[in-house]
Design a protein around this ligand. Structure first.
Ligand SMILES: [Zn+2]
Ligand SMILES: [Zn+2]
Length: 314
């Protein structure tokens, strides 16, 4: 997934009007934008702000859908003979001083001419500043979130993160353990970092340890599942697993790295949930046990959506 910035002259195209009426618009495509790419739209004078976040839902179209979009095209005669179009589906609408030209320039924006790839610095700024917008500052559109799927690279990077966490819990002193841990029962704010050119969501070691303590260091599929005492502690060995994978963090407005989303599994069940043919049975059980706790942590998800994240059809 690549993030792009395109600009719109409000005297040539009535973007506000179009998005009042339409969930998606057809736009001139001059670069190799791919389906799933994120496209921010900067509105030029007299607005000077990023106003919209869209996702490219179709690309390389031969013609725009004039029946829908034509009335919003105010001036640009080249629109109908441009040659290549993409469909942009609205995800978020903003109205915030944080997204005005000067603030964007202060945070890595080079030019607003033509489509350009968003730099890592600007990407991190947009993520951080839009993430804190509420009410008038931002409106989210539900439809677009459903089509969100992370890149295979993002999934691979998150799997590496999990492996790193497990490694640290195996090798380093297993500290920070309590005999019991109570859920806080409230949403936690997302923390994002920037690593190797992409946004990553760090996993907190103590949060994982708390989640294991909450399960009394037993397998949550069946407490009778065999485990063993750790070499680095007197606690039984189980592994933390994020029920909703961290790679799907962008789909949620709150952190997925919370105790409520981390289950304690024996080695066998942990491998089964990742690689097993029967993963569905485990997921159905864990979903039923956790869905209310997840809700209290601000995380709403259906069983169907959870299964789909594991490549399982409902
Ligand atoms: Zn796992
Ligand atoms: Zn187990």
């Amino acid at each position: 997934m690549t993030e792009w910035l395109i600009s719109c002259d409000p005297r040539a195209y009535n973007l506000d009007g179009a998005f009042e009426k339409l969930e998606a618009i057809d736009w001139k495509q001059s670069t190799n934008i791919e389906v799933g790419d994120i496209v921010y739209i900067y509105v030029t004078a007299p607005v000077y702000e990023i106003r919209y976040k869209c996702i490219a839902t179709k690309v390389n179209l031969d013609a725009p859908d004039i029946d829908d979009d034509g009335e919003f095209n105010l001036e640009d005669e080249s629109y109908q003979s441009y040659g290549r179009y993409m469909e942009l589906t609205l995800m978020e609408r903003y109205q915030s001083d944080k997204l005005r030209l000067q603030r964007l320039k202060d945070n890595g924006l080079g030019t607003v001419q033509g489509p350009s790839r968003i730099t890592p610095q600007l990407s991190a700024y947009l993520f951080a500043s839009t993430n804190t917008l509420t009410g008038e500052g931002m409106k989210r559109y539900e439809g677009a979130e459903k089509i969100f799927e992370p890149d295979p690279e993002v999934i691979a990077a998150e799997e590496e993160e999990e492996a790193r966490l497990l490694q640290s819990l195996k090798q380093d002193p297993f500290t920070g353990t309590e005999d019991d841990f109570a859920y806080q029962g409230k949403p936690r704010k997302k923390r994002a970092g920037y690593y190797n050119g992409r946004i990553v969501y760090p996993r907190d070691r103590q949060t994982a340890v708390n989640a294991l303590a909450h399960a009394h260091y037993l397998c949550e599929i069946d407490e009778a599942h065999e485990t063993f005492i750790r070499k680095n502690s007197d606690k039984p060995y189980t592994e933390p697993h994020h029920l909703i994978p961290m790679a799907y963090s962008d789909e949620f407005s709150v952190s997925l790295d919370v105790e409520e989303n981390i289950v304690s599994l024996c080695s066998n069940c942990h491998n089964l949930i990742h690689y097993g043919e029967d993963a569905r049975i485990l997921l159905e059980q864990l979903y039923e046990e956790r869905k209310e706790a997840l809700e209290r942590a601000g995380i709403s998800i259906t069983l169907e959506r959870l299964l789909s994240m594991y490549g399982i059809e409902a």
